[in-house]
Design a protein around this ligand. Structure first.
Ligand SMILES: [Zn+2]
Length: 242
């Protein structure tokens, strides 16, 4: 790394720590998939995104394994191998100025529910998080998002929502900061798991209507709750294995 790159890395130590913690939380919550899946935080100086490096599992991410990637996929600081699906992050951030963090993982229950063709319903608290936009479905391809053009299609499918099912692939989940996006991604997989459990039992499933859903979103996930959940998830993290 050049002296300037080392300087950039030092300036953004805290943000790189957040990316590392988010990665480890996603692994600890069961969304790991060997070396696949990645999270990012927006660079405050608009140079791109601070992204988890490729070739490592989510549970192995330390601040040193987070690098700065621009919208052309160039690694500006931090070295290491770049994830080929970086356009998911850069194109969502470009389309959504309100987004500060993006989580892309292949969470098992989210993939199962989306592949089954089911719409997400608030059968428990969790899915209310995603009211009023719900979780739209991206069906253009189930293959990797390797180009700017596909990244833009993903961003378009996400629209104003906070999460998107990449059907037969994974999810893209966003938030005003990476802490919030991470909590949303954990909540989404729990929501999907709950719905699969409910559907598996048969019976006559019920769920909240739109008005109750919005109220529950505010009552459960409003105020500081999402950052408090983040703090809780950080406290629960298993120690890093060297
Ligand atoms: Zn993927």
């Amino acid at each position: 790394m050049t002296e300037r790159q080392v300087e950039i890395m030092t300036d953004y130590q805290e943000l790189r720590e957040t990316v590392a913690l988010s990665s480890r939380i996603m692994a600890a919550s069961g969304s790991g998939d060997f070396i696949w899946g990645h999270v990012s935080a927006r660079d405050p100086e608009a140079r791109g995104v601070w992204l988890k490096q490729a070739s490592w599992g989510l549970e192995e991410i330390t601040p040193e394994r987070v690098h700065l990637v621009n919208s052309d996929g160039e690694v500006l600081a931090g070295g290491g191998q770049r994830h080929s699906e970086y356009p998911i992050h850069t194109e969502i951030m470009a389309a959504r100025p309100d987004v500060g963090g993006v989580v892309h993982v292949h969470s098992r229950y989210s993939v199962a529910l989306a592949a089954a063709g089911a719409e997400l319903h608030p059968v428990s608290h969790e899915a209310n998080y995603f009211a009023p936009h719900g979780v739209p479905r991206f069906t253009k391809t189930a293959d990797l998002i390797l180009t700017t053009e596909l990244g833009r299609s993903v961003a378009a499918a996400l629209g104003e929502a906070e999460a998107l099912f990449l059907v037969n692939h994974g999810v893209a989940v966003v938030g005003p900061d990476l802490q919030t996006a991470t909590v949303a991604a954990v909540v989404l997989d729990r929501a999907c798991r709950q719905q699969l459990l409910t559907a598996g039992y048969g019976g006559e499933p019920s769920w909240s209507g739109p008005e109750e859903s919005l109220a529950k979103r505010e009552h459960i996930y409003g105020g500081n709750a999402r950052h408090q959940v983040w703090d809780y998830l950080v406290r629960q993290l298993p120690a890093l294995r060297s």
